[in-house]
Design a protein around this ligand. Structure first.
Ligand SMILES: Cc1cc2nc3c(=O)[nH]c(=O)nc-3n(C[C@H](O)[C@H](O)[C@H](O)COP(=O)(O)O)c2cc1C
Length: 257
């Protein structure tokens, strides 16, 4: 009998088996592609923040214009080898989960709420035709309202002027905190100064920066209806340009040049 219960179960079971095989095999076969797409997305942001992205050229080809370097946050020194890592694959966010590769940030210093900071970071250097540093592309991250925002900030060779900012991952609300991705807002960072008298001064304010404000060079318009995200961005700038972040790197590079 074709409608016996055993047959019904057997057909349902076979359908389930076939479907699960299809799903699991496509998940496995697409894993490498997903990994590559994620890497390319980050690289795209790095190229965009450096303002050198050309959509007519492949991302990996353009990325080779940049020098990837490790940075020791304690000393500010840059170097090319770190343990057995391949620099292109070294993921400093993964390193923050390993107590041998990271240091927990004391609560009193943890203004960006990152909890652990990798001992060794990864930065990108763009050099000009005569091999002088033109820009540094530096990863930054910090807590907004709903989660951690991850991005890059590009800094000119005076190690004080911002040349761009991009976020590649965050959980902020579209239309509110997610306006960190608004091209107009991002472009307002270009030319702003990070330090005033050796202190981090750059901040996202509440409201608009007045054109008459003599300190406007250190100020970015607040994201409307998103004061908490704006504050998160201010805090991440304050953290990553302090002595716990890139300040030691800037001193080292100044000393060398
Ligand atoms: C559904 C919802 C989503 C929100 N998303 C954000 C956000 O992404 N970033 C943010 O700073 N505030 C967000 N807020 C607003 C905050 O709760 C808070 O009111 C706001 O940051 C205060 O900023 P304001 O003084 O500019 O209004 C959201 C509020 C609601 C109800």
């Amino acid at each position: 009998m074709n409608d016996s219960i055993i047959k019904t179960i057997a057909v349902a079971f076979s359908v389930c088996l076939v479907c699960s095989l299809v799903v699991s095999s496509s998940a496995v076969s697409l894993r490498d592609l997903q990994k590559e797409n994620k890497l390319n997305d980050r690289r795209l942001k790095v190229l965009q923040v450096a303002n050198i992205y050309d959509p007519s050229i492949s991302i990996s080809e353009q990325f080779s214009q940049l020098e990837s370097k490790y940075i020791d946050f304690e000393s500010g020194r840059i170097f090319n080898e770190y343990q057995n890592f391949n620099i292109e694959e070294y993921d400093q966010i993964v390193a923050t989960k390993d107590p041998n590769l990271s240091t927990s940030v004391p609560a009193s210093e943890d203004i960006a709420i990152i909890k652990n900071r990798e001992n060794v970071g990864k930065i990108y250097i763009l050099r000009d035709d005569i091999n002088k540093i033109e820009k540094l592309i530096l990863p930054i991250r910090g807590y907004g309202l709903w989660g951690t925002l991850y991005g890059y900030i590009a800094v000119e060779n005076d190690f004080n002027t911002v040349s761009g900012i991009e976020f590649y991952e965050h959980k902020e609300t579209p239309g509110l905190g997610a306006e960190v991705d608004n091209p107009k807002w991002k472009s307002s960072w270009k030319g702003k100064k990070i330090y005033n008298n050796n202190e981090v001064a750059l901040e996202v304010i509440k409201g608009k920066v007045e054109s008459s404000d003599t300190n406007g060079i250190y100020k970015i318009d607040g994201l409307s209806g998103a004061t908490l995200t704006s504050r998160g961005v201010t805090n991440m700038v304050a953290y990553w340009f302090s002595d716990s972040g890139y300040a030691n790197l800037f001193r080292e590079l100044d000393y060398e040049s």
